[in-house]
Design a protein around this ligand. Structure first.
Ligand SMILES: [Fe+2]
Length: 391
């Protein structure tokens, strides 16, 4: 028997060069009278915001800018942004940036119409009222937040990364513009790109997978694995940039409708305890976790090998699955992702918190979706592998 499943994707996606210049037109179409633009101060200096401002001005839409999202998204930013939204009488939100400003924008959009505190809505489907309209404009090819029903917000007081999932977090419009990626530096290109690749691999092999998300996951793996290295080596390669951004969007659609799994469960505590950015945490964990997990569903990992360009004809499912591991390792090695020990984490620091990290990883629920069941001890071992491993 097939379980009935829903499949969600933003109702409008505009993708391609200068897609971000449609923001004014789209704001008008959704009935917006005044926008709150949520972004990162670093982006205001490099001209992205000018395009957004020009487009809003041409449609005579006034706006306020909240550019205080400078690190991983946190409760504080949402509260400050919400104050500006209310004080200035805004009625829709534009999230411009990487995952942090977009996730912050998403949560401001739901807190504008829901009472109580953000903590009340942690988990899945806890938000009662629809959000105000949100237009998401990514400037990295990584989180896929423009395509998902999820947001991660750090509760800095409790040192917890809260996962919030609700259909009301899905942006009304996604403007996916590869020209915004051109100035993304190589290290960020690598970390965010591997985050996207991880979304697709985890969505495809998750126990919550479904045929519609599989379609997006395999396509994302093909685009990302085929173009990430080129985009990393030469940021001005517009074709590679466009295809990684397409892959990142598709990976977002895939995991939003399937789920992430063990890598994401384990990477969130790395962010909380060591302040390692999300993409880099995933990049450090991906190879050890794939190696551990392939036995849970070799056939699906063999499919992954195939779309990554590996020859698997005549091989057994397990042999084919091992090719996926080789292909993942090759990408990680090529883009010089360091082991955890080279990211400011000492043996002593890891020893002190690794037990709690494993507990937090399990508590996130994501490891339950992994194709291979994982014990607390195995998670601890995997953290140590990520610590030592130089892929
Ligand atoms: Fe992620």
């Amino acid at each position: 028997m097939n379980e009935a499943r829903s499949f969600r994707i933003p109702p409008l996606v505009i993708m391609g060069d200068n897609a971000c210049s449609h923001v004014g037109q789209e704001g008008k179409r959704i009935g917006g009278k005044k926008a709150l633009v949520v972004t990162d101060r670093n982006l205001t200096g490099i001209g992205f915001l000018l395009k957004i401002q020009a487009s809003l001005r041409s449609e005579k839409i006034p706006y306020e800018i909240f550019d205080q999202v400078i690190t991983e998204p946190a409760v504080d930013y949402v509260e400050k942004g919400l104050d500006v939204y209310r004080r200035e009488g805004c009625d829709f939100i534009i999230g411009l940036g990487g995952g942090s400003p977009i996730d912050t924008a998403k949560v401001i959009a739901v807190m504008a119409t829901n009472s109580g505190s953000i903590q009340d809505y942690m988990g899945l489907d806890k938000i009662p009222n629809p959000a105000v309209p949100l237009i998401a404009i990514p400037t990295t090819a990584g989180t896929g937040s423009e395509a998902t029903i999820f947001a991660i917000i750090t509760d800095t007081r409790r040192n917890v990364k809260m996962l919030i999932g609700s259909p009301f977090l899905l942006p009304r419009v996604a403007l996916v513009d590869p020209l915004l990626l051109v100035s993304c530096p190589p290290q960020l290109t690598a970390a965010t790109g591997i985050d996207a690749l991880t979304h697709a691999i985890e969505a495809y092999t998750s126990l919550k997978t479904q045929p519609m998300s599989d379609l997006f996951a395999l396509s994302a793996i093909r685009f990302l694995s085929g173009n990430l290295r080129q985009a990393w080596a030469n940021g001005a390669n517009l074709e590679a940039r466009a295809l990684t951004m397409l892959g990142s969007f598709q990976a977002g659609v895939a995991f939003s409708n399937s789920s992430v799994a063990l890598v994401h469960g384990m990477s969130r505590p790395m962010g909380a305890y060591f302040h390692i950015p999300h993409g880099l945490s995933n990049a450090v964990l991906l190879a050890p976790v794939v190696e551990f997990s392939i036995i849970g569903n070799p056939r699906k990992y063999a499919d992954i090998a195939r779309v990554m360009g590996e020859r698997i004809e005549g091989l057994s499912a397990i042999e084919g699955a091992r090719r996926a591991l080789n292909a993942v390792r090759e990408i990680i090695r090529y883009m010089k992702i360091p082991p955890l020990s080279a990211l400011g984490v000492t043996r002593g620091k890891l020893e002190k918190v690794v037990d709690r990290m494993a507990e937090d990883a399990i508590a996130s629920g994501s490891p339950n979706n992994n194709p291979r069941k994982t014990s607390r001890e195995e998670i601890i071992e995997l953290y140590w592998e990520a610590f030592h491993q130089n892929p």
